[in-house]
Write a protein of this length. Structure first.
Length: 185
């Protein structure tokens, strides 16, 4: 387990799959995710099997929030989404991160910011990475704000890098270098 102040990250279990199917088929949740078509229980089960074959640093984490004591005490932990490192390049020590919170009642409560801070800590302090980046649709204002709060800086723009709702949108590239990282954030 990787503990933050209000969230913790754990490995995914097969029993998480129905929640992922529910969330990732919700138009509001997948709006800015590069998913395309609806997903099925069977395709998510296939995803799970493939995921187990990934290097351990690239296996995703389930995100849980405590519904018990504010300090995370003995309360019940509830799954709200998933996050991961992707395509870690061990020569340049660079990796992409991604995250989604499927439980919409948990949006805009600071969890996205805290999860990104946890991933930065894991990436810099445990994986010894030098650069952590992400891509986000320019219209995903909540996501952009959360990543800025976590310390990501704007780096570039993939012009017309996404296509949704019948039109192109730009994808923003944001990153944090180890030298810029503020572990206290
Ligand atoms: C994007 C996502 C990860 C953000 O997580 P979150 O927990 O909602 O983010 P936070 O609460 O930490 O921060 C959101 C910030 O954006 C602000 N915000 C939300 N909607 C906004 C909008 N339309 N315009 C401007 N700011 C907005 C919030 O007020 C908050 O800022 P504040 O704390 O200064 O008030 C989450 O909403 C999510 O998973 N969405 C669905 C999937 C997705 O888009 N994933 C990301 C793909 S890159």
């Amino acid at each position: 387990m990787i503990y933050g102040e209000r969230v913790r990250l754990r490995r995914n279990e097969r029993s998480d799959i129905p929640k992922f199917v529910e969330w990732l088929n919700d138009p509001e949740v997948h709006r800015y995710l590069l998913l395309g078509l609806p997903i099925s229980q069977a395709s998510e089960e296939q995803w799970f099997e493939n995921m187990l074959k990934l290097p351990s640093n690239e296996q995703p984490f389930g995100i849980e929030v405590s519904e018990g004591e504010p300090d995370g005490g003995d309360g019940h932990w509830r799954l709200i989404g998933n996050c991961s490192f992707m395509a870690i390049n061990w020569t340049t020590r660079s990796a992409e991160v991604g995250l989604f919170i499927g439980e919409k009642s948990c949006w805009n409560k600071g969890y996205g910011t805290e999860i990104m801070q946890l991933l930065l800590r894991l990436g810099f302090d445990n994986f010894n990475l030098n650069r952590i980046f992400l891509r986000v649709d320019e219209a995903n204002k909540g996501g952009i704000r959360a990543y800025e709060k976590a310390g990501f800086v704007h780096e570039g723009r993939f012009r017309q890098g996404n296509f949704r709702d019948g039109k192109y949108s730009d994808m923003l590239l944001m990153s944090v270098l180890r030298t810029e990282w503020n572990p206290k954030k």
